[in-house]
Design a protein around this ligand. Structure first.
Ligand code: URA
Ligand code: CA
Length: 431
């Protein structure tokens, strides 16, 4: 291990054997944290080649269970978002793409942070089960083309252990380490092809476009190294996506979007990512052709129907999909009004996410319980005109005192006399 640390410290390239050695021995407890900390810091400063990142990714994949999706017919395309505020895309994309014939065998997570993850949102639907056996999962995807479940098995234990160590050694912000961490989880979950949504802006992990681009390029290169068709879209998170932030509110927004009545930005992002998934899944030759298929399954209602079918098969109350007013609703709806006339110039997504979390829409610690009904409905987006007294947002809360959230929203939605352009939604595509 000392030789491996020294080699990376001196800017040399590690071999496959060296990388596998340290991952295996660290996972089984034979190498102490302090040596791995030193290696992580050396990687932080010296970086890793695409080939090294590929070796690291596969070593982490092999450190635990791998989901075998081979009994599912077709190319299994997974999607991953690096996370943002009010990002409801999985709930929309999964049925949308499945309705076009691409099998979606999705394992999702819970959220730690501003709002719930996909699983939390799905649990806003009464009775919905996120636990299926491997057999049930495969059977459901073969029958229906669609299943969304929680993670089962012991996937990428090396990543879990490394991530915890990075967290306390200031080595999280290393592009090769982030890229291999994300890719290892997708590959262990059985993806043949991976479409990445790398967010940039205030509400994102990668604040600058330059960093988002570097991360996207690293992940696409890893995909190439390890033989998984991988592509990335860099999308805007300088303001929350769509209007809804909060679990049941986002389920409602997803249903509206599946009907073709969703917010413009959320709809467009789903069409862009969905088109890539359909081409990767071999169901269309071009992005234009794929987009037309997606628009078709929105218009003819088949994507929404499939979402309802999945809910029913997984034990959920399908009526809630047909009639979203049955979803959990908060007791109070409290308007946040503009204090002046002008244009919205900035909506700090991360701060608005915190406002939603304070209402109970997200978790501050792993143990916190989410209130599925609460959240924020934005009434304006960047570039919109607003008059004094008009609502900027509506807070959905189960308590009357929402002063803190209200204050955060007012403070972080900026209004100015000069109009600004809407931020562009898609900054770049990397294939
Ligand atoms: N998300 C991950 O899954 N891994 C990282 O290293 C950083 C963000
Ligand atoms: Ca949203």
């Amino acid at each position: 291990m000392v030789d491996i640390i020294e080699k990376k410290r001196d800017g040399e390239i590690l071999s496959k054997e060296e990388i596998s050695f340290f991952i295996e021995q660290y996972t089984n407890g034979s190498i102490p944290d302090y040596q791995v900390s030193a290696l992580l810091m050396a990687i932080y400063f010296e970086g890793m080649t695409a080939e090294e990142q590929g070796f690291l990714t596969m070593a982490m994949v092999e450190s635990g269970d791998q989901i075998d999706l081979s009994p599912i017919e077709g190319i299994k395309v997974d999607k991953h978002s690096t996370g943002g505020v009010g990002d409801t895309t999985t709930l929309i994309l999964a049925p949308l793409v499945a309705a076009c014939g691409v099998p979606v065998a999705k394992m999702s997570g819970r959220g730690l942070g501003h709002t719930g993850g996909t699983l939390d949102k799905l649990e806003a639907i009464e009775g919905f089960h996120i636990e299926l056996t491997q057999e049930q999962f495969v059977r459901q995807v073969n029958d229906l083309k669609l299943a969304v479940i929680g993670q089962s098995g012991n996937l990428t234990p090396a990543d879990k252990k490394l991530y915890a160590l990075r967290d306390v050694t200031s080595t999280v912000d290393s592009i090769p380490l982030i890229a291999s961490s994300i890719m290892s989880k997708k590959i262990a979950a059985g993806a043949d092809a991976i479409v990445l949504d790398v967010k940039t802006g205030d509400g994102a992990f990668m604040k600058s476009i330059k960093d988002a681009e570097a991360l996207a390029k690293s992940m696409v290169a890893i995909g190439q190294e390890v033989g998984r068709n991988t592509m990335a879209v860099i999308s805007d998170m300088s303001q929350p996506l769509g209007f809804a932030i909060g679990n049941a509110l986002e389920v409602k927004e997803a249903i509206e979007t599946l009907k073709g009545e969703g917010p413009e930005d959320l709809t467009e992002l789903c069409l862009v990512l969905g088109s890539k998934m359909i081409v990767a899944g071999g169901k269309a030759e071009t992005l234009e052709e794929a987009r037309a298929q997606l628009q078709q399954v929105i218009q003819d209602g088949s994507a929404l129907r499939l979402f309802g079918e999945m809910v029913e098969v997984q034990g959920g109350n399908r009526e809630m999909i047909e009639n979203p007013s049955l979803l959990p609703a908060a007791k109070y709806q409290i308007e946040v009004q503009a204090q002046e006339d002008g244009y919205i110039t900035q909506m700090e997504a991360d701060e608005i996410g915190i406002a939603a979390m304070l209402l109970g829409a997200g978790r501050a610690t792993k143990e916190d319980k989410i209130d599925l009904a609460v959240g924020i409905m934005l009434k304006k987006k960047i570039g919109d005109r607003v008059m004094k007294g008009e609502p900027l947002a509506v807070i959905h809360s189960n308590t009357e005192n929402v002063d803190k959230s209200k204050e955060l929203i007012m403070k972080h939605i900026h209004i100015s006399p000069e109009k600004v352009e809407k931020p562009s939604l898609i900054h770049e595509m990397i294939t």
